[in-house]
Design a binder for this molecule. Structure first.
Ligand SMILES: [Zn+2]
Length: 91
């Protein structure tokens, strides 16, 4: 606790990035696990995590980055996957 708030405050104090239009681009912390995709996979960005099996089916082995046994993907990648895998189990 406190680390982020401090960093943000520091950034503000130095005036870094202040002139840039930042509001349109939200920053996330988790990057999408799909190779070639640089969206964010944070929950707050609508990101999801898939099992490795699901990721292999969709992007092939080596087409994704695994993290702790799951593959974190961004919202748009999840949508693509969802389209390919029309699962009935919606909940
Ligand atoms: Zn993605």
């Amino acid at each position: 606790m406190g680390f982020k708030a401090k960093a943000r405050k520091h950034r503000k104090d130095t005036g870094e990035d202040q002139s840039k239009t930042k509001s349109s681009k939200k920053e996330g912390e988790l990057s999408c696990g799909v190779k070639g995709c640089d969206n964010f996979a944070d929950k707050s960005h609508g990101g999801r995590s898939l099992s490795v099996d699901d990721a292999i089916e969709m992007w092939g082995s080596g087409g994704y980055t695994m993290r702790k046994g799951r593959v974190r993907i961004c919202k748009s990648c999840y949508r693509k996957w969802k389209k390919e895998n029309k699962n009935e189990d919606m909940y």
